[in-house]
Design a protein around this ligand. Structure first.
Ligand code: BES
Ligand code: MN
Ligand code: MN
Length: 452
């Protein structure tokens, strides 16, 4: 019955999603402020049309949060669906095969910025809700909270959650903003990494210099920065910041074994990325390196002449954006401090170094024995005919730890994307199959959650 309804309405579901994907709701770019609001209004309307009550845009210091709810019976449990309607900037634009805000279907996949992260994923919840309403299948309560600042660190969400505890009262948070293993092997994410994001600036001489006149005698900030960054890893791929690993939770042998049981094809992984070899912390598998080990990476680096042709110059400044992915029980504020102290300490006297912190986020581990997790497992079992495997994802959704801290709520991370969906990259996409089976699985979740 549900599957038939989805099939019958699939074209409409997709064209509605496409309309949302056409709105360039890039939260990081102030030129898109109005587009971000337009996307929020679109989401609010979709919720109203699906049958939600009290739908409203709730203002924050930044972009608005869309709220809506359906209270069937206040004595019954409530599911709070969280998602984000903002997207990453689409650049570099010239690497897209079709424009990022003109959704295009190729090979059964929707290509557009936000197709998977997260418009295509949270929209499944609105359509699942429509189905539950149409078929009078909803017996528990549902609340929606779709924000517009996830991709810039959810700066105003903490304040919002604290100020609206009563409104957000629920029994579990449900999020589709992660990946699963494949369409042949469902999985539920049981942990996310945290994040500490830094920016460093190295300053040498008081102006750019002729590299022939001064080169070799005056410290070159770009050379110095490169050397400092290189020293942040040792020959075993471990981060050299003193204290960095002090609080890292080591997995038990049994947990490691379980984690590595997930199907993973290293040859296919390398081939898909066009690399000859993987790298990382010695003694750990690729799944461990991305799931349960902390890391440090340069996200951007600049300084000196980067225009066309050659210019012989010794730059006055060089900078880099450096992020660290964190695992339980590392704390972003502590790691930020350790990084700052260490980075300043390794600077040679010939330069000045400035370190600033951008946003951070706590890592999160979600329980696999809760009623809601069991409902999610049962939903996959019913729709996919296969038991889902719990996995750990390498990305971050800082609000998960915040929901736990402020509302005491656990989250179920029921994502339907794939790691290869090019999130944050050119040609982001989302499988139509993933979208449709996701809707069906979410409907099944509500059924199992209400009647365990
Ligand atoms: N949806 C992603 C996080 C994600 C992606 C988790 C894939 C698991 C698998 C989210 O939108 C995101 O990109 N988060 C940022 C952090 C944020 C503070 C900017 C990230 O992980 O870099
Ligand atoms: Mn996301
Ligand atoms: Mn993202």
């Amino acid at each position: 019955m549900i599957r038939e309804y989805i099939q019958t309405h699939q074209d409409r579901f997709l064209s509605e999603l496409f309309e949302l994907l056409r709105i360039p709701s890039v939260s990081a770019d102030s030129r898109h402020k109005n587009d971000v609001r337009k996307a929020a209004e679109y989401v609010a309307n979709s919720l109203r049309e699906a049958g939600a009550d009290h739908v409203q845009l709730m203002e924050t210091k930044g972009h608005p949060i869309v709220f809506g709810e359906k209270i069937m019976d206040a004595s019954k449990p409530t599911v709070l669906v969280y998602g984000h309607y903002d997207v990453q900037p689409p650049d570099p634009l010239d690497l897209w095969h079709t424009p990022p805000f003109e959704p295009t279907v190729r090979d059964g996949k929707i290509y557009a910025r936000g197709a998977c992260d997260d418009k295509g994923q949270f929209y499944m919840h609105i359509k699942a809700f429509e189905i539950l309403m149409k078929h009078k299948l909803l017996s528990c309560n549902v609340k929606f909270m779709i924000e517009g600042e996830e991709e810039v660190g959810s700066d105003n969400l903490g304040t919002f959650v604290v100020a609206n505890k009563e409104k957000l009262k629920a029994d579990v948070i449900l999020i589709s903003d992660t990946s699963l293993i494949s369409l042949n092997q469902p999985s539920i994410t049981a942990g996310l990494r945290g994040l500490s994001y830094m920016e460093v600036e190295v300053t040498g001489p008081n102006r750019d210099l002729h590299s022939g006149v001064y080169g070799g005698a005056v410290a070159n900030p770009a050379n110095v920065l490169a050397k400092m960054i290189a020293s942040l890893h040792d020959e075993n791929g471990r981060v050299t910041i003193p204290g960095f690993y002090d609080k890292v939770a080591e997995l038990s042998g049994a947990d490691r074994e379980a984690l590595n049981k997930a199907p993973f094809d290293l040859t296919e992984y390398k081939k898909e990325l066009g690399i000859e070899e993987v790298q990382g912390e010695k003694g750990y598998t690729t799944l461990e390196r991305t799931g349960v080990r902390p890391t440090l990476d340069v996200n951007g680096i600049w300084g000196g002449y980067t225009g066309e042709g050659a210019k012989t110059v010794l730059p006055s400044k060089a900078s880099a954006k450096i992020s660290m992915r964190l695992v339980p029980h590392q704390r972003p504020d502590e790691i930020t401090q350790l990084f700052t102290k260490h980075f300043l300490s390794i600077a040679p006297k010939s330069v000045k170094v400035k370190v600033t912190a951008h946003h951070g986020g706590e890592p999160a581990v979600t329980p696999t024995d809760s009623k809601a997790f069991k409902a999610a497992s049962a939903a996959f079992k019913e729709v996919w005919g296969k038991e889902p495997i719990p996995t750990r994802d390498g990305g971050s959704i800082p609000i998960v730890a915040l929901f736990k801290k402020e509302l005491g709520l656990d989250t179920v991370l029921m994502g339907f994307g794939l790691d290869t969906d090019a999130l944050h990259s050119p040609n982001e996409h989302y499988g139509i199959k993933n979208f449709l089976i996701g809707i069906e699985t979410i409907v099944a979740f509500h059924k199992h959650f209400a009647n365990p």
